[in-house]
Design a protein around this ligand. Sequence first.
Ligand SMILES: *[C@@H]1O[C@H](CO)[C@@H](O)[C@H](O)[C@H]1NC(C)=O
Ligand SMILES: *[C@@H]1O[C@H](CO)[C@@H](O)[C@H](O)[C@H]1NC(C)=O
Length: 285
Amino acid sequence: MLYTKPEITKPPRTVVLMLTSWLAPIVWNGTYNSDILNAQFHQRKVRIGLTVFAIKKYVIFLKNFIESAEKFFIIGHKVHYYIFTDRTQDISKFSLGDGRSMDIIEVKSYQRWQDITMRRMEIIWNYSLQRFINEVDYLVCADVDLIFSDHVGVEILSDVFGVIHPGFFGASRKEFTHERRPQSEGYIPFDEGDFYYTGCYFGGRVQEIYKLANFCNNAMLADKANNIEALWHDESYLNKYFLHYKPTKLLSPEYAWNYYYGSPTLVQRKRLVHVEKDFKTIRSK
Ligand SMILES: *[C@@H]1O[C@H](CO)[C@@H](O)[C@H](O)[C@H]1NC(C)=O
Ligand SMILES: *[C@@H]1O[C@H](CO)[C@@H](O)[C@H](O)[C@H]1NC(C)=O
């Protein structure tokens, strides 16, 4: 394979941080070569699971999510979709590309959307142990109200990866919307925190996601027992986890963009974008 030799004095990007202080790469456009990465991951014959929850009215987002994933999500490798839903009868059949497969798994729903979002961690934790560990090497967990609109490949994979929230990549610690009440398991003081990570998308090796989901689920249950709920639900607990168990790779906000934040030049590609939605109708039953 022919490609340009890496140059020690010529970093590919100079205006964005490409490495954290704990030496985890931050993935931006222009910092990696897909051909090299694909060859490396093909040698290991990796299998990737993509979990997504289509609960209640959110089921309407599934079609665009899957169809766009078929165009852009880790193309050329083995991908298995795990669709969790309370409305199996509303899920249409998808035609999937080579090496790609799907399971539809029925789960119960909850009255409050806050519980629906938080309980996902319990389900991911449970299925990691029961199934995912036997079926895939990596898990990627994403919200369903997202659309893939550009390449998302094996460059995202690592032991555990988090995605920098599009609204906070230039923000100070004080501006991060972490949980600030010390009574909550999600608590992060104002003088701590590295990045503000989005709760809509994370992943890693199954064993690592098992630990992450277990932590977040236990934190949520402990708070529930004390009648407290972290400000941003599962996202708050995820941020707490990443503070103490640092991700081994970070994805730049290219990987979870929201046009609400405009189109800054630093963010050259919008690979996965939030669907505009009317919260009132969608979250009602
Ligand atoms: C992404 O990076 C590549 C390689 O550096 C560059 O050629 C390309 O123009 C960039 N894409 C955009 C949309 O800026
Ligand atoms: C846990 O996983 C098992 C087997 O995959 C399933 O039968 C069970 O309903 C799951 N429980 C929860 C709480 O998700």
